[in-house]
Write a protein that binds this ligand. Structure first.
Ligand SMILES: Nc1nc2c(ncn2[C@@H]2O[C@H](COP(=O)(O)OP(=O)(O)O)[C@@H](O)[C@H]2O)c(=O)[nH]1
Ligand SMILES: [Mg+2]
Length: 234
């Protein structure tokens, strides 16, 4: 990392909101929420924006999460609502499918306290063996495309697990849906925020994915190009 980083800080999990979209995640939600509670000692606020027609919202509610109901309109619509609903100064996103290691929350918070504005979990660093091969190859290609567009090498632009200082989220207008994850990495880099990728482990998904790799990949690629052009010339 070559950029100079900003002021250090002393945030604890009392300062953290963990937010996610949840769409029929009955098989995973309990594990995810229990992990968050265990790792943050029950201190983090948890927000679920839920579009399910299974018991996901009831389970989330029983486990102490704040649940906001919203008809299912895609990943980015849900996550944007979740980001806006977070009340704490540090906001962490995750998927609710038990693929992301909540054990890494302390390391992410440490990196924020060291002065980073965005800390992005890089699933590909350790090989992402748990990811379907097509997704793995697709994600590597999307990262190359995004790197060309932002002018800096990035390695995993579609990850669902990141920590942000609230100011980053509030100072930018977010426009993408399936491509929101890439947008949430690219715009902060182009605007000079201190962004770092942090290698994380990645596990096999519980329950079915909502994303079709072909149409989803195309949509994300076009978001990357659009966001890149807007940030450079817009
Ligand atoms: N509320 C809501 N959540 C969604 C929607 N689409 C996806 N999600 C959630 O967003 C996260 C990412 O989706 P996922 O299926 O894991 O995508 P993948 O990681 O590409 O397989 C998961 O927690 C989903 O439950 C939606 O339309 N509405
Ligand atoms: Mg997922």
């Amino acid at each position: 990392m070559t950029t100079a980083i900003g002021e250090g800080s002393n945030f604890t999990f009392d300062d953290v909101s963990v937010v996610m979209g949840t769409y029929n995640e009955e098989a995973a939600i309990e594990t995810v929420l229990v992990d968050i509670d265990r790792v943050t000692d029950g201190q983090a606020e948890v927000v679920c924006v839920d579009g399910s027609d299974d018991r996901t919202p009831e389970i989330a509610n029983e486990l102490g999460a704040r649940v906001i109901r919203q008809p299912p309109r895609g990943y980015g619509v849900a996550v944007r609502e979740a980001l806006e609903s977070a009340s704490r100064p540090i906001i962490v996103t995750t998927d609710c499918d038990d693929t992301y290691p909540m054990e890494r929350l302390p390391t992410m918070l440490d990196a924020i306290n060291a002065g980073y504005d965005v800390v992005s979990g890089d699933r590909l660093y350790y090989g992402a063996d748990a990811m379907p091969r097509l997704n793995r190859v697709g994600n590597r290609l999307l990262a190359v495309l995004a790197s060309l567009v932002v002018g800096r090498r990035v390695y995993d632009v579609t990850t669902g697990m990141r920590a942000y200082r609230r100011d980053v989220i509030e100072s930018i207008d977010w426009t993408e849906n399936t491509g929101l994850s890439a947008e949430l990495l690219m715009r902060p880099i182009r605007r000079g925020y201190n962004v770092r990728e942090l290698p994380i482990e990645y596990r096999e998904r519980r329950g079915a994915t909502t994303l079709d790799p072909f149409s989803g990949g195309r949509e994300i690629a076009s978001s990357i190009v659009k966001v890149g052009l807007e940030e450079r010339f817009g």
